[in-house]
Design a protein. Structure first.
Length: 230
């Protein structure tokens, strides 16, 4: 089986008088429909690896393959199109536009992709919100939502273009325990639907809810094993 996302000798080094190694020669294969946690101490390179795998950053060395195809030779516009079509991102802070309604925030990636009519975008946005128990919040502004509701809106926005890959960077970092577990339950459901889900987390309890745990230390792969009990 071809990996959904793969890393080959992946490194990210910040130049300077003393170069800073963020990611150091990572080899990795992520299967379609897998749910993977990237863990490790602060400064271990977790987010840096996620941004490389999501084509948000370029490696200093090595390669990221998406569905078996190398990406290092792609220009910025092509990389951007690939991200828009196949990747959905969720971050610790929701980055919702405060002047837009919940529904309009969810529709933003669809508008950028430009493949659906206005009516179809609105219908899809409403469907996504309903699937996350957010239908009644569609016309509200982000300031009128709780933290958990804002993160559900961010997940709906990440799903707007029906991406195959969901990458989440500390998506529960600003949430309480109950809402954090609810977000992880949503991510698990997305993996069970066949999407490849990668989540950076410092929370060992939440990492134990995934299928596979990757641990980084000083930018290097320190451990990679299936989660036995969840």
């Amino acid at each position: 089986m071809i990996a959904a996302i793969a890393a080959r000798g992946l490194s990210r080094i910040l130049p300077g008088p003393v170069p800073t190694v963020l990611v150091d020669e990572i080899d990795l294969d992520l299967a379609p429909g897998s749910f993977t946690a990237i863990t490790g101490p602060s400064g271990s390179g977790k987010s840096s690896l996620l941004y490389l795998l999501g084509l948000l950053d370029r490696p200093s060395a090595g390669e990221v393959l998406v569905d078996g195809a190398p990406t290092s030779g792609l220009d910025d516009d092509t990389r951007g199109d690939l991200r828009l079509e196949r990747f959905g991102f969720v971050f610790q802070f929701h980055f919702l536009l405060p002047e837009f309604s919940v529904l309009d925030n969810v529709m933003l990636p669809m508008r950028e992709l430009g493949q659906l009519s206005a009516a179809a975008m609105r219908a899809r946005g409403e469907e996504l919100l309903a699937s996350l128990d957010m239908a009644e919040m569609a016309r509200k502004l982000p300031a009128q939502l709780s933290g958990g509701q804002r993160q559900r809106t961010a997940i709906a926005r990440a799903l707007a273009n029906d991406p195959r890959f969901i990458l989440a960077d500390e998506p529960t970092g600003a949430l309480d325990t109950r809402n954090g577990r609810a977000v992880f339950a949503i991510l698990r459901r997305l993996a069970e639907e066949g999407r490849t889900v990668i989540v950076v987390t410092h929370d060992e309890t939440l990492a134990a809810l995934t299928d596979r745990r990757i641990q980084l230390i000083d930018g290097r792969l320190a451990a990679d094993a299936p989660v036995q009990d969840r």
